[in-house]
Design a protein around this ligand. Structure first.
Ligand code: ACM
Ligand code: ZN
Length: 744
């Protein structure tokens, strides 16, 4: 034992004579501790002067504690508070007891991690603001995590993040008792880790040229990585590097083209998607390369686990590569899926020979799961279940709850809080190590990352630490209110808990108009809504929330929101069209799909258009079928033109129609309007993979009076040969049939 006197917290305020209010910290802590027993009605008065007695093997926790306490200013006229940190045997790994007595605080733990978690609890028990004194109720917290693996995946490849930003994220993880930073370091769009044996990986592979000619990139030097790993270790966060293979490797192939099957020179891609060029599985030099890279990685990262990716590896190159086909034959494999399994297995054995264990995305199940590999389940929970059935471990991060790159419209705070990482049928196996939230940065440069990760990570921290029986959404919400000032103190630019407004809309009195109103869906939200007609950049009028306003014609509503007096970043946008077809009688020729019903029967004629997010709820989609609808207007009107929007995202199997037809009629019997070929409307369908996502539009001139309008789109058939899902049925996404009338 040794003594350490903490007198770092300067005197700022005069002493007060009135006794402080007792802080009922158990109503504010996140994640919720497992047990709390009040032991007496007395309280401990904390003044900021700590007299430490710390088990000497735990010295490393003190500098972090000091750093975290900086900013809290205290009155130093009062007596010191005893803080004893004692090692005891028999507490759970990472568990601790924290006892508050009138005379001071005692922490008991079996591990340094446990002692550290006790300090994170204590940190939130003490107010952040300068204050004179605070009183803590006397009692004992007994706490331990539910899962050993509580992580955040940070994709520093699609967008590079500064080392200081990564370190701050590590503090925020630690403060929420999260203990894994899954650091995504290699990708198609950027190689971010310095490798001495292969300097071109960062000379070439770390930089991409954007469509506008600008350069984006960066990489971490070995010194920076060592510094970050040590920083994380001092906060009991393990950094697990992810070195992606065999797919998501275009940046490496751009640096060393001989790593791919074709050997062709390529650029570091600047767009997003799943690329067909991957490491050649037939060439021994691929494995020499990967083993050398891994040797250097293992030198930098002490983690038992190394993540090797394994997801989204198209097989077209392997199918056409003589070396890969030779490998399949030589190893007695059935097909390219087994070749992938062989590839992953070979890397897994290499890691095992170095005393490490492998984690891979759930695609590593395909063609046979290598022994000892841990599966990270992302395409739902099924991969985790399958891993457990095979006797392996799993980490859960399904897109349904854990993808923090998704907007809150898809995954809000309540949904994250409701995440249960252990499906009923695998309870008690102990094979689910925990979960991760995944922060992919395809659409989130560093400046946006906070707003995606927070506050959702706070909910996830409780999901992964606390016991399921303690889960209580309304109680969490009230603790969350008290948690925001802590995030503020850390300068976290958190986003919304959920969509903060609801849009209500219906047909207006004139049948060309839509009447729209935005209602706050959370307390404390204010703002304005404004309609920007198509082709204009500025709105004409702004309306406060709650005010009903009229829209005629097509355009975008922009809603600017304010919370706590501050503007909340970019506006929320809603593409709309006030037109004569909206809310008129509609008949569909296709059946609604359960996943993409696009606001139901009326959805293709309800004035609300699909946005740049195909999951926004407006898009109506079916797979492998044609789509069609007829609208009957209340009376004949002079129609100027008809238009329809289509979503295209070939990587997600969403294709444009093969052909389409707009028709109109005055009697519902005789129809006018020709078939159009998709290639004439949208340009030749090159069927190149990795199209970025976009909204496409088709329109025809009408210049006639009509009472009925009709639209039909033919499905383009199955995904073409180059596609990862070749021969699977394609999707078509539509919204909406807009009837444009000549302006009155
Ligand atoms: C993943 O989201 N492709 C693992
Ligand atoms: Zn090959």
């Amino acid at each position: 034992m040794k003594q350490w006197i903490g007198a770092a917290f300067a005197a700022m305020l005069a002493a007060s004579c009135t006794p402080p209010e007792v802080t009922e910290f158990t109503d504010t802590l996140i994640p919720q501790p497992e047990h709390w027993n009040e032991t007496s009605a007395e309280s401990l008065i904390v003044t900021g002067q700590w007299n430490w007695t710390v088990d000497s093997t735990w010295d490393p926790v003190l500098p972090v504690w000091q750093e975290w306490m900086r900013g809290s200013q205290w009155n130093d006229d009062a007596t010191e508070v005893e803080l004893k940190m004692i090692r005891v045997e028999g507490l759970p790994e990472e568990g601790y007891e924290l006892e508050v007595q009138k005379s001071g605080v005692t922490v008991r733990a079996s591990t340094e991690a446990g002692a550290f978690h006790a300090l994170t609890t204590l940190r939130w028990m003490i107010p952040l603001e300068p204050l004179e004194k605070t009183a803590l109720p006397c009692g004992v917290i007994q706490d331990a995590p539910r899962f050993p693996h509580r992580g955040l995946l940070l994709d520093c490849c699609r967008h590079f993040m500064q080392p200081e930003f990564v370190k701050r994220m590590i503090d925020l993880l630690a403060l929420h008792k999260m203990n894994v930073l899954h650091w995504h370091l290699t990708e198609d769009q950027g190689w971010r880790i310095e490798i001495d044996a292969y300097p071109r990986l960062t000379e070439i592979g770390a930089w991409r040229t954007e469509a506008d000619g600008s350069t984006h990139g960066g990489f971490y030097t070995k010194d920076q990585i060592r510094d970050i790993v040590a920083y994380a270790a001092s906060r009991h966060v393990m950094v697990i590097p992810e070195i992606e293979l065999p797919g998501h490797s275009n940046a490496a192939l751009a640096a060393y083209p001989w790593l791919g099957c074709t050997g062709e020179q390529m650029d570091v891609p600047h767009d997003w998607g799943v690329f067909k060029d991957i490491y050649c599985a037939g060439s021994d030099s691929t494995f020499e390369f990967l083993e050398t890279v891994l040797d250097e990685v293992l030198e930098l990262f002490p983690s038992t686990y190394i993540h090797i990716g394994g997801d989204e590896a198209p097989k077209v190159r392997w199918e056409a590569c003589a070396k890969c086909q030779h490998r399949i034959a030589a190893e007695g494999l059935q097909d390219e899926h087994e070749l992938q399994s062989w590839f992953i297995g070979r890397i897994g054995r290499y890691l095992e020979s170095k005393g490490r264990k492998m984690i891979g995305w759930d695609e590593i199940l395909e063609g046979g799961l290598p022994a000892g590999a841990t599966v990270q389940s992302w395409r739902g929970m099924e991969g985790g279940r399958a891993a457990i059935a095979a006797g392996n471990d799993a980490i859960m991060s399904p897109t349904s709850h854990c993808y923090f790159d998704y907007p809150v419209e898809s995954t809000d705070l309540e949904e994250v809080y409701g995440f249960e990482p252990v499906p009923n049928d695998v309870q008690g196996t102990g094979r689910i190590l925990g979960g991760e939230c995944n922060m992919w940065t395809e659409r989130a440069p560093q400046d946006l990352v906070d707003s995606k990760v927070f506050p959702r990570l706070v909910a996830m921290s409780e999901v992964l630490w606390s016991q399921p029986a303690q889960r209580d959404w309304s109680n969490f919400q009230s603790r969350m209110v008290q948690h925001y000032p802590r995030l503020d103190a850390w300068g976290v630019k958190y986003g919304w808990e959920t969509v903060p407004i609801s849009m209500q809309w219906h047909a207006g009195k004139s049948n060309e108009a839509l009447e729209v109103q935005f209602l706050p869906a959370m307390t404390g939200v204010q703002g304005t809504a404004a309609f920007v007609p198509l082709g204009q950049s500025e709105p004409e009028v702004s309306h406060p929330l709650n005010v009903l306003f009229r829209i005629i014609g097509e355009g975008e509503i922009q809603v600017n929101l304010i919370r706590k007096g501050a503007s909340m970043g970019v506006p929320w946008t809603f593409p709309v069209a006030g037109h004569v077809g909206a809310f008129q009688k509609i008949e569909l020729e296709h059946e609604l799909n359960t996943y993409y019903p696009g606001r139901g029967e009326q959805g293709l004629a309800d004035g609300r258009l699909g946005s740049h997010d195909f999951r926004d709820g407006s898009w109506q989609a079916v797979q492998g079928r044609d789509m069609g609808l007829t609208i009957e207007l209340p009376e004949p009107v002079r129609i100027d033109s008809l238009s329809m929007q289509f979503y295209r995202y070939q990587d997600a199997w969403i294709f444009l129609p093969d052909s389409l037809q707009f028709q109109w009629s005055n009697d519902g019997v005789t129809w006018v309007g020709d078939w159009l070929m998709g290639k004439d409307v949208f340009g030749e369908m090159t069927f190149t993979p990795n199209e970025s996502q976009d909204v496409n539009r088709a329109a025809v001139s009408v210049n006639a009076e009509a009472k009925w309008v009709r639209f039909t789109a033919r499905n383009p058939g199955v995904c073409p040969d180059w596609h990862e899902a070749a021969s699977s049925e394609t999707w078509m996404f539509l919204d909406e049939l807009v009837v444009h009338t000549t302006a009155p």
